[in-house]
Design a protein around this ligand. Structure first.
Ligand code: MIC
Ligand code: SF4
Length: 640
């Protein structure tokens, strides 16, 4: 049978299950990546598995999120990660080396291979023909231990691109157009697979921008074929020998097709506070802005920064605008210095930040009160910038440059400096901040160093037969993991310390949540559609679990968060009839009989005695995991 590219790679890596839509399958993962904000947890879990060395073909640990180092905490995490990498045979990418997804694309991604990463934007590597999936840290720990990754066999949405982008419009506008069409939940259950003549005009960095931000549609991952353009890019990165062709079979059938004439696209913007609220520039042109930030794993490539540099060359950023740029990697910095573009950015008045996530995750550069902030990033969830009252808009690098110059939203097509950027023949590759793994015997002698901020994982108990408790909070549709477990300069440093970070659960929404949860001895969370969209941070499951949350009852879940709830033994339940959502209020006392999880469950509301049917879509394995209090207990029990 003719298969699509995604289906082919899944097939080659299949170890369990049948390739039928929505059935649970298990695939082997060739590569793993972690970043520091989710990585410390993943390694604490890996350590608990008692192995001597990582088992995956390639495992890389990146430090790119928590780099403010406002006290010892982040620095201690970095030291811990470095000692873990040495002890267990991982490559370490030190702080300052660049953003995990950009660096992975440049130095490690391989067409036809699989990658699992503890970050939701891991699909960036799909720009080079790799099946790259984001997941919670525990799933990465399992993959590092050589275990397979479980997922529901996805539907394949073929995205057919035709035409050629006009100057001033780039990959970012393509993914914004897709978000305009299918919004933040339209991709759920799908892999987006790109094909058609339009892709022949897209560079690898443009493709990677698209697969990166595909995450915002809720899809499992996104993928482009690996072709001559991929080959040239890999050659420029000194990795031509690692190239392989990867494409769909002739006559492959997609479960659905979306067609976009990219030549007809103009510049697009995602308005506050969702990447799915996409409008054309004409709706915003002329609106004053206070801040422009270029960077993040979506738009920090050489191509992206060069186009900005060319557009602002010899000009000056508007006096009312603070403009920043965070390069994706040191290789990009070196290349920008060589071409002189770095100096153009400095001269134009850009503040040059470190190579890392920075403002994207609220690590510095929080905008002023009520600010309008325009960013080339992928998320504009409320409060994520660090300023609750700020309005964040998501745009292409071209629009960011135009807007920075004029001090108001501007159509880049009206500016000069838009000539297409040619990828370098050979990048000035900078490998100086990588640390290579040690041979096994030497590695075994390495001591793992923990600071006072690195606390052991709490123990979680098996599931009782009944769940009684209060509705601790009721929230609406599209609640993100940034709502549940915020990041930012104050909270991110606590990622290795569950008791401490638990004090911030839902702090953007309701500051009293942790106190209430403790006083009531735990309880339930009630929510609408697409609960847990966004980041892969498993802290959004572990911390509520630590506070005693027993079940989350919703209209629907986002994929990664649902998996994280299972991993930490919280029941992910759904209303059988979504209308029943309206029957519950915060403070309602509920009784849930879970003695037989194979049946439909009944939720009894104490105040009026009404019964609400709730369902789940858990596999037998997932049910066992939950009954035993989570994946760590489950794995330990399996081993003993
Ligand atoms: C994000 O963009 O939200 C992050 C920070 O990269 C997260 C991971 C995290 O929460 O640490 C992600 O996307 O998974
Ligand atoms: Fe870092 Fe932002 Fe990308 Fe997350 S989305 S990996 S915080 S740059």
């Amino acid at each position: 049978m003719a298969l699509t590219l995604a289906q082919k790679i899944l097939h080659d890596h299949l170890v369990e299950g049948t390739e039928k839509i929505d059935e649970e399958i298990a695939i082997t993962m060739d590569h793993t990546l972690t970043q520091d904000a989710t990585g410390t947890m993943a390694y604490l879990q890996f350590e608990a598995m008692g192995l001597d060395r990582v088992q995956a073909e390639l495992s890389v640990s990146f430090i790119d999120h928590n780099m403010l180092q406002s006290d010892f905490k982040n620095a201690d995490d970095h030291r811990y990660l470095q000692s873990i990498a040495k002890r267990y045979g991982l490559i370490l990418s030190k702080a300052g080396n660049g953003i995990c997804h950009q660096v992975f694309l440049e130095r490690f991604a391989r067409p036809g291979k699989t990658l699992i990463g503890s970050d939701s934007h891991t699909p960036t590597a799909g720009g080079m023909g790799q099946i790259a999936i984001g997941a919670g840290g525990l799933d990465i720990a399992v993959a590092m231990a050589g275990g397979a990754f479980k997922l529901k066999y996805p539907k394949i949405m073929g995205v057919k691109l035709t035409g050629k982008l006009v100057p001033g419009v780039s990959g970012k506008d393509i993914i914004l157009e897709i978000l305009r069409r299918i919004d933040v939940k339209g991709g759920r259950g799908y892999i987006l697979e790109y094909f058609g003549p339009g892709i022949l005009n897209l560079s690898v960095p443009d493709r990677a921008t698209i697969t990166n931000m595909g995450t915002e549609t809720g899809c499992t991952t996104s993928i482009f074929p690996s072709d001559d353009i991929t080959k040239k890019y890999m050659e420029a990165m000194g990795r031509g020998d690692q190239w392989a062709e990867a494409k769909a079979d002739d006559g492959a059938k997609y479960d659905e097709i979306m067609e976009i004439d990219i030549g007809s696209l103009g510049p697009l913007v995602a308005k506050p506070h969702s990447p799915g609220k996409v409008v054309t520039i004409s709706e915003l042109a002329g609106k004053k802005v206070d801040q422009v930030c270029v960077g993040s794993c979506t738009n920090s490539s050489f191509r992206d920064l060069m186009i900005v540099a060319n557009m602002v060359k010899g000009k000056r950023v508007h006096e009312d605008v603070t403009a920043t740029v965070s390069p994706g990697s040191r290789t990009i910095i070196r290349e920008m210095i060589r071409t002189g573009a770095y100096a153009d950015l400095v001269e134009a008045g850009f503040r040059i930040l470190e190579s890392g996530c920075g403002p994207c995750i609220g690590m510095g550069l929080a905008p002023k009160t009520d600010a309008v902030s325009v960013r080339t990033f992928n998320r504009n969830f409320p409060g994520r910038s660090g300023t609750k009252s700020a309005d964040v808009y998501l745009v292409s690098p071209e629009m960011a440059a135009a807007t920075a110059l004029k001090g108001e939203f501007s159509d880049p097509r009206e500016f000069s400096g838009l000539d297409p950027i040619k990828e370098p023949e050979r990048y000035l590759i900078d490998n100086n901040l990588f640390i290579e793994p040690l041979p096994l015997e030497e590695a075994k002698k390495v001591e793992i160093i923990r600071g006072p901020n690195i606390q052991p994982l709490p123990e979680f108990h098996p599931l009782p037969a009944e769940h009684n408790g209060e509705v601790l909070i009721k929230v609406d549709d599209n609640i993100t993991t940034d709502h549940i477990m915020p990041a930012g300069a104050k909270i991110l440093p606590l990622r290795s310390n569950i008791p401490a970070i638990s004090e911030y659960v839902f702090s953007q929404v309701d500051e009293d949540f942790p106190k209430r949860a403790r006083e009531k001895n735990g309880g339930f969370i009630i929510a609408g559609e697409n609960y847990g969209q966004g980041s892969s941070r498993e802290h959004a499951a572990i911390a509520p679990k630590y506070l005693g949350v027993k079940a989350v009852i919703v209209k629907s879940f986002a994929r990664i968060h649902r998996a994280n709830l299972v991993n930490f033994g919280i029941l992910p339940l759904m209303f059988k009839d979504p209308q029943d959502f309206d029957k519950l209020e915060q403070g309602d006392k509920l009784n849930l009989d879970i003695s037989d999880l194979t049946k439909e469950l009944k939720l009894v509301v104490e105040k009026n005695g009404i019964e609400i049917p709730v369902i789940h879509d858990l596999s037998d394995r997932e049910l066992d995991v939950i009954k035993q209090g989570g994946t760590l207990n489950y794995t330990k029990n399996l081993l003993s």
